[in-house]
Design a protein around this ligand. Sequence first.
Ligand SMILES: [Fe+2]
Ligand SMILES: [Fe+2]
Length: 342
Amino acid sequence: MASHKERFADKMEFPPAIEQPNVYPLSWHSNTRKLQEVWEASQRETWDPEKLPWDTLDVDSYSWEERESMAYWWTLLSVFDASAPPVFAEALIKTYEVHEEDPVRKCFFSVTRDEQNHEIMCGLAITKLLGHPDPLTYEPKTDLGRRLQKNAKWLYFNGSRYWAGYKQAVPRYSLAVLFSSFLMGEIAAATIFKQMYDNSREAVFKEGFKHIGRDEGRHMAICMAVMERDYPRLAEENKAIVTKQIRAGYLFLSAVLFEPPMDFWDLPADFIDTQREAEEVSRGAGFGIPTYEMKLENWKNAMLNMKAVLDRYGIAFPAIPEVGITGQEISDVDMDDIIPVF
Ligand SMILES: [Fe+2]
Ligand SMILES: [Fe+2]
């Protein structure tokens, strides 16, 4: 790398142009008021999962089946939320590389921090419920617990497969394209945490869901603001990518928001039965996992909201026959195509 040794200062008055993308701007432009407002809200609404009233959670008041079933739900959530800090950290770096305006950088920093909080929350809930900090090496106490651990191992295996694809996608796509995928996750996340909050009775979980739901609402607002800024100028070839990403997002996020589509998720045949059994046990214990019908309704509404956003910009929506939405047929999506996160 001879260029590193090359001296310029004795040949010219001002330094040569800097090669792009350079990792950071030296400027603080602020053009999108809405993003500054969301950043300010994130500063006001900051919270610490470790400071929630954990001492009010009496795990011994639950049976082991209930504890393992609730811990399973948190584990399922972790498959998405525990990947979110590195995913958004990568996206945060991109906002610096492309010299995004100051409020975009700040908003992405806030999302990264929020997602770390969500991941911490998952870890605390699992550790308390199981009395062990790792759902994969935990020793199950019941038959259901054993079957749930098998489910968890398969979920984790599947979730691990999208990281390589994501890392390749970030430099390849513009922020505008990445945002459509993020928005998918945020719309859905904002609704599920609202449902969990409404239907859960354990104080510390309720408190956590309230904060997480509020965070996800802000994340959604960030995505919307950036889309409003960029989509009127979105290139035609990017529109097709967005359509495909929405279908990919549907398939990926269905695992936590609805039920995993088996031709996309590589899971054993008894997976869904076991998961449904745990959900029933959890609901019985006052832990508000929505029923199949509620999930279907919720997920369908999230898709319709997304469709309304894309319609505004003349972007085709993919067919989602699973929830009764017609649209453009998208086939051959696989884990390598996944950008969406929670
Ligand atoms: Fe999250
Ligand atoms: Fe989020």
